[in-house]
Write a protein that binds this ligand. Structure first.
Ligand code: SF4
Ligand code: SF4
Ligand code: SF4
Length: 522
């Protein structure tokens, strides 16, 4: 029997389970939505979990391990579960009831389509994060047994739709680490999630890939049915130099590191990010040949695998695809050849991968040859942020540049995962990731999650009051997470850069820009 803790008890907060209830409630309300949880389960035993169909494939030991990351929640009707643009670290399985999925802007009768095309007489909206592609002006109703939210959650993308309960619902809420493990362990679940992805998103993702943009819909639809979806853990080997090349791989999310043997060891010769392909060199230029380099995932990475036969059909029908792949193959050969010869370049790629520079949309670099250590950059930052600087002038060095410990405003901001209140979020301005002070409860989850030490916990000198929720914080010292917000609320741009009297603080938007900066100095 599953015990549900009520969200409220005669108007008062229940004395047990409060923390989880309030964290869920805060999370939804932080997105501007109304909390609608009627009850939420305590930690579930393997037997209780197995009552729900999606957990039946697993043994007791496994279910015991994942159970802290699973909750069964009862939601009232018309409750917003999440809104467009929200970053989630969990997916929802509908156990009972139905959920409406829709585009907020359309519901408000102000459609703002990013891209559209006619399909079967109706319009389809292409959404950047590819969770759902909805017929324009309408929504979709999901029922028992369906899953949603998982594509955005597992890829680190914002949700592309708003989800609202249409009836009272019982939802299994599974955090990403547990979902990844479940997917890895159960072929059935992997097939099920892949099927959902194919039905809801794959067509649009292929269609919006630069390589396939000009291909007709019927061809892409047929291709979408045949491609294989490959999910990789960090450091998983996709291709081994010298072994037979089997397919063309398209990166859906994450990064692949390409390396070649060099003497006794190996050198990083390139990396591939979302939208890039692996295999064109081997399948086009040297048909039936072996991999010219090894490829491994840098982090959790999702790939689309196009077989040699499907690639042949694609090339036969579309000369522009062949032209594009040939250009890409030639560029790759030049790049890997150059990087192999210039060990400094291989080292640069390795550093970029290790330090996460390829994640960055805005990385603060300081030219140490020119910098006088006056700290005007730090003071400029502090002056713009109530006396509290948002970065420290320290970090790793590469050649004569300091890679400052200031937020990179990552493509995949892992700091957002697990914030119980939604305080840290992507601002609606470019790629800016910001923290809303009033919502931050100082739990440090974001600081622990950020791989680049870009979040600092500040002491505020205050103590949480006795009526604070969650209860565990009562009487404890109040901490506040702080990070760079790119000075986006000012009209002068990054103060750290503008305040440097010697012009040696710069922000770069990509690894390529950093490379140009290095080249200028050499
Ligand atoms: S805080 Fe860290 S993980 Fe988050 S966007 Fe900044 S650098 Fe990336
Ligand atoms: S410390 Fe970070 S994760 Fe915790 S509430 Fe504040 S912003 Fe969110
Ligand atoms: S961009 Fe603004 S907030 Fe970010 S480090 Fe520079 S001065 Fe500070």
């Amino acid at each position: 029997m599953i015990q549900f803790m009520p969200a409220r008890n005669n108007g008062k907060i229940a004395t047990t389970g409060v923390k989880r209830i309030e964290q869920h409630k805060d999370r939804w309300s932080a997105y501007g939505a109304t909390a609608g949880i009627l009850g939420i389960s305590e930690k579930l035993s393997p037997n209780n979990l197995r009552r729900f169909e999606m957990f039946r494939d697993y043994d007791d030991a496994f279910l015991e391990e994942i159970s802290p990351d699973v909750t069964i929640a009862k939601w009232k009707p018309n409750a917003v579960l999440f809104e467009e643009g929200a970053y989630l670290d969990l997916a929802f399985f509908i156990v009972q009831g139905s959920v409406e999925i829709y585009l907020q802007k359309m519901r408000n009768r102000q459609p703002q389509r990013r891209d559209k095309k006619p399909k079967n007489g109706s319009e389809i909206v292409f959404l950047s994060s590819m969770d759902f592609n909805l017929p324009a002006g309408s929504g979709m109703t999901l029922g028992a047994g369906e899953i949603f939210g998982e594509i955005g959650a597992m890829n680190g993308w914002p949700q592309s739709v708003t989800a609202r309960t249409a009836t009272e619902c019982l939802l299994a809420q599974i955090r990403v680490p547990a979902l990844r493990r479940m997917k890895r362990k159960s072929k059935t679940l992997k097939e099920r999630l892949d099927k959902v992805y194919r039905e809801r998103s794959l067509f649009a993702q292929l269609k919006t890939t630069a390589l396939l943009q000009k291909c007709d819909d019927a061809f892409i639809e047929a291709l979408a049915k045949r491609v294989e979806l490959v999910s990789c853990d960090p450091n998983e080997v996709i291709a081994t130099e010298g072994e037979a090349a089997d397919a063309l791989y398209l990166v859906r999310s994450g990064f692949l590191k390409l390396s070649q043997k060099l003497g006794e060891g190996e050198a990083a010769v390139s990396y591939l990010s979302k939208g890039m392909t692996l295999g064109e060199v081997e399948l086009l230029l040297q048909d039936a040949s072996n991999w010219t380099c090894s490829a491994a995932s840098v982090e959790f990475t999702e790939l689309v695998k196009i077989s040699r036969e499907d690639l042949r059909a694609l090339l036969k029908k579309y000369s522009h695809v062949q032209k594009r792949l040939l250009e890409s193959a030639v560029a790759r050969i030049k790049e890997t050849g150059f990087n192999r010869k210039h060990l400094g370049q291989a080292e640069f790629i390795q550093t970029s991968l290790e330090k996460g520079l390829m994640q960055g949309n805005s990385i603060l670099m300081i030219d140490l040859d020119v910098c006088t250590r006056c700290d005007d950059c730090v003071r400029g930052c502090a002056d713009t942020h109530e006396g509290r600087p948002r970065f420290v002038r320290e970090g790793d060095k590469y050649e004569n540049f300091l890679i400052a410990k200031s937020c990179y405003h990552c493509h995949d901001p892992v700091c957002l995962v697990g914030c119980p209140t939604g305080a840290i979020h992507r601002a609606q301005v470019g790629e800016v990731v910001e923290i809303v002070d009033d919502l931050c409860i100082g739990c440090q989850a974001c600081a622990n999650n950020c791989p680049y030490d870009a979040i600092v916990m500040h002491e505020t000198g205050e103590v949480w009051p006795n009526n604070m929720l969650p209860e565990v914080l009562r009487g404890k010292e109040r901490l506040l997470a702080s990070k760079c917000d790119l000075c986006y609320k000012t009209n002068h741009g990054p103060a750290c850069v503008n305040n440097c009297p010697h012009g040696c603080a710069v922000r770069v938007g990509s690894v390529a820009e950093f490379q140009q900066l290095l080249a200028k100095k050499r």
